[in-house]
Design a binder for this molecule. Structure first.
Ligand SMILES: [Zn+2]
Length: 117
C-alpha cells in the first residue's frame, strides 16, 4: 500500500517516517488509528457489574467480571466455606460494591480501564 507525502505529494517509501523529497515528518496516526474510538470494545459495563454485585455479590461474580480476582475469591470462599452460613456477609459486601459501582464510586476495572455506562 503506497503512501504519499501530505506536503509535496511524492510517494513515500514503506515504513518511512520522513519524506525524502521535502523532509516533512509523516503523520502516521492517520493510517493507524484503529483503537482510538470513543468506546473501548473491551470496556466493562458499569450496569452489568453493579447488577451482578447486587444479585450475585455473595459469589463475588461482579469482582470476577471486573478482574478483581482476589476480592472475588474472598467473597466466594466466605460463602462456600461456611456452607452459606456467612453468605449474608459477602452478599452485603457485594451489594454495597454493586451500589458503589452504579453510583460511580467504583468506576474502574482491575486493569484501570474506565467502566462504560
Ligand atoms: Zn514531501
Amino acid at each position: 500500500m503506497a503512501k504519499y507525502c501530505t506536503n509535496c505529494g511524492k510517494e513515500l517509501q514503506d515504513g518511512a517516517d520522513i519524506c525524502l523529497n521535502c523532509g516533512k515528518i509523516v503523520d502516521k496516526t492517520e493510517s493507524n488509528n484503529t483503537n482510538t474510538g470513543p468506546k473501548d470494545p473491551n470496556a466493562k459495563s458499569k450496569v452489568a457489574a453493579g447488577i451482578l454485585g447486587i444479585f450475585l455479590g455473595c459469589l463475588g461474580v461482579h469482582n470476577f467480571y471486573l478482574g478483581y480476582t482476589g476480592k472475588a475469591v474472598g467473597q466466594l470462599l466466605i460463602t462456600l466455606l461456611s456452607c452459606g452460613l456467612l453468605s449474608p456477609i459477602s452478599a452485603i459486601w457485594g451489594l454495597v460494591e454493586g451500589i458503589l459501582i452504579l453510583c460511580g464510586n467504583i468506576d474502574k476495572d482491575a486493569s484501570g480501564k474506565k467502566l462504560v455506562d
